[in-house]
Design a protein around this ligand. Structure first.
Ligand SMILES: [Fe+2]
Length: 247
């Protein structure tokens, strides 16, 4: 009982906290204007994509897909599986401790369906989903999230919902901060939301990090994550989408 009270309390605090902070919007572009990746100059971008598929048709095409879900926060720690439809309708509205982070490349059905719904971008040199390093289908409840982590270049397509991103580039100073504060992936034991509440004041202190960016991604927006860029996410609403990542 006390646990539920504590959780509700920190969710309320988080909402108020968010209103008080200044969000630093990254570079913005229209997705369809990107002709090649080099034009993004390895900088975080928020790309608008008005023609991104809507939630209804996206979910109805994928409803039969058996998806694996993880513990929220540590999205690679898989804990179970069920149909996408069941997760969206039954689990997601009630339980934000579970997070779908389904490896599309290991699932032949999802692998053929996903690129029909969200085409591999024309600005990729390689043109098929099989050429990607990884692709994930994600879904998670309000206030689920993912702790700080890094990986190869990626695009995150948000079909529905709203995400808060905390990002800072790969640099000696930033890497040292993550190391010394024990914020490497797997080291943080609280929820991503609680981590943000605890760490934001320090993260945003002038001079502590190079180029910290905290911003909100809305549906039909795509975040471009440069290689090695540190990032954490707190979902401000129930979210559904996919990621494409490549080397
Ligand atoms: Fe990521």
């Amino acid at each position: 009982m006390f646990g539920i009270f504590k959780k509700k309390n920190s969710e309320k605090r988080f909402g108020q906290y968010l209103e008080g902070i200044s969000l630093l919007t990254p570079l913005q572009r229209e997705y369809s204007t990107i002709k090649n990746l080099s034009s993004l100059k390895k900088k975080v971008h928020l790309l608008t994509m008005p023609d991104l598929i809507a939630e209804g048709p996206f979910c109805s095409k994928l409803k039969e897909v058996e998806v694996q879900y993880a513990a929220s926060g540590e999205a690679t720690k898989l804990v179970g599986s069920l149909s996408f439809d069941e997760f969206i309708k039954r689990v997601m509205p009630k339980d934000n401790r579970k997070y779908v982070f389904h490896n599309i490349l290991k699932d032949p059905i999802a692998c053929s369906l996903i690129p029909q719904l969200i085409p591999i971008p024309s600005f990729f040199k390689k043109k098929t989903i099989r050429d990607l390093r990884i692709s994930r289908l994600f879904a998670g409840g309000k206030y689920s999230g993912t702790h700080l982590h890094i990986h190869s270049e990626a695009l995150n397509y948000l079909v529905s919902g709203k995400k808060l991103w905390i990002m800072f580039p790969y640099s000696d100073k930033n890497n040292r901060f993550v190391e010394t504060k024990n914020m490497r992936y797997g080291q943080i034991k609280t929820s991503a939301m609680q981590w943000f509440l605890d760490a934001y004041t320090e993260l945003s202190e002038p001079g502590v990090l190079d180029e910290l960016q905290v911003f909100i991604q809305h549906e039909k927006e795509v975040v471009y994550i440069p290689a090695g860029c540190h990032h954490a996410v707190v979902n401000l609403e129930d979210v559904i989408g996919i990621t494409y990542s490549w080397v």
